[in-house]
Design a protein around this ligand. Structure first.
Ligand SMILES: *Cc1c(COP(=O)(O)O)cnc(C)c1O
Length: 392
């Protein structure tokens, strides 16, 4: 199994495959048998469980159908005047930037620290103008951003902070959970994320009134959700109090989430062990490896990102991706920097070279499988494929 031809007979190792267990399957079945598929008691349960895990009161969380929806609704609830500038990182999924645009705001990029891959607080401060109203940091790969410095900048310039916690369910910074530093924290339960419901998201907030508004906005702007209209308390009229969105989570999704969340720590430990094994196995390779987590922080180990610099490795990043694929190991790229994409180039005139750290990372990075579903032999297969792909 040390050559590509031998491993070609093995099943393809899908990148980011979620670990689904019997409890989720049983709960989905029970949900379907109950015939209450939409937003109802299981979403309420999932919200309560999530609040408890994040050490928040239940009124400070709101389940939605994606992190993208969470980011959008948070920015609408924050009431920023149209055209306000929101500073974010160029090294993120397009959803972070698209949510800013859909909220009627203007994205402004601030480059990342090349070591942590997180937005650089000094770059944030340099990007502030008279129109800046918010900062949207992304805890990249599960490593917390420098929240002391970011909240100090936000206080100094009176800015709203919306944390993109799509990678950061388990992340802490100086003893505090990621998502609780800003005005809003937005989480993802997309199929590849650390807690998976297929599609799903959660908003956590500092201000209960803003979370209540986010909940209304996430369900058409209606004053009462369906469970409260059609539930066992008798029909209740609702009022539409603003032009909202259709962003509510279903009980079907929450059925999966309740049991995924119950195993969040067990799965974190599995990924931590895989991470440690990769670091040990790759110590002598010419590839770049993720930085050690800073003191008094907890990394969520969402992504293991290695760097393939062609001059060191003798192979380009894209050739490495192909070589891994030939060995039937799925990989990811997180991310080509946002300004590499034509839409943003055309709309904002951005060029990747303006944010060189994010550009270089985006062109060299490769994410290796880190799912808790990986068996020990799977992990050894990834290591073997990495070593042999580098040898060409
Ligand atoms: C996955 C992801 C999102 C979007 O999450 P969805 O739940 O798929 O909408 C946003 N930001 C980052 C950094 C992500 O990785």
């Amino acid at each position: 199994m040390n050559s590509a031809s031998d491993s070609a007979t093995e099943p393809f190792l899908v990148f980011g495959s979620p670990l689904i267990e019997q409890a989720e399957i049983d709960e989905v079945t029970a949900c379907m048998r109950s015939s209450w598929l939409g937003t109802g008691p299981r979403v309420a349960q999932f919200e309560q469980d999530f609040a408890k895990y994040q050490t928040l009161v239940p009124n400070k969380v709101a389940a939605v159908n994606s992190c993208t929806a969470a980011l959008h609704v948070s920015m609408v609830a924050a009431n920023l005047e149209p055209g306000s500038e929101v500073i974010t990182t160029p090294l993120t999924f397009c959803a972070s930037v698209n949510a800013i645009i859909h909220a009627g705001l203007t994205p402004v990029l601030a480059d990342v620290d090349p070591r942590t891959q997180n937005i650089d607080p000094s770059a944030i401060e340099a990007a502030i103008t008279s129109r800046t109203r918010a900062i949207l940091p992304v805890h990249f790969a599960g490593r917390p951003c420098e929240m002391d410095q970011i909240t100090a900048i936000a206080d100094k310039y009176n800015l709203v902070v919306i944390e993109d916690c799509a990678h950061a369910i388990e992340t802490t910074y100086h003893g505090r959970k990621a998502g609780t530093f800003g005005d809003f924290g937005c989480f993802s339960f997309y199929a590849t994320k650390n807690v998976a419901t297929g599609e799903g998201g959660m908003i956590v907030g500092r201000d209960e009134a803003l979370i209540a508004r986010a909940k209304v906005l996430a369900l058409h702007g209606m004053s009462k959700d369906a469970w409260h209209r059609f539930g066992d308390q008798g029909y209740k009229h609702y009022q539409v109090v603003e032009a909202g969105f259709k962003y509510n989570m279903m009980d079907l999704q929450a059925s999966i989430g309740i049991h995924q969340l119950a195993r969040v720590e067990a799965n974190w430990k599995k990924r931590e062990a895989i991470w440690a094994r990769y670091l040990q196995a790759f110590a002598d390779l010419p590839i770049g490896l993720p930085a050690t987590p800073a003191a008094d922080t907890r990394h969520a180990y969402h992504l293991f990102t290695a760097f393939i610099e062609e001059s060191h490795c003798g192979i380009s990043r894209d050739a490495f991706l192909d070589a891994m694929n030939a060995r039937r190991v799925g990989t990811g790229v997180h991310y080509l920097s946002v300004p590499e994409h034509p839409y943003y180039q055309q709309r904002y005139g951005w060029k990747p070279e303006q944010w060189p750290n994010a550009m270089n990372i985006g062109r060299q990075t490769v994410s290796l499988p880190l799912s808790p579903k990986l068996s020990d032999p799977d992990v050894e297969r990834v290591i073997d494929a990495t070593i042999h792909s580098l040898r060409g």
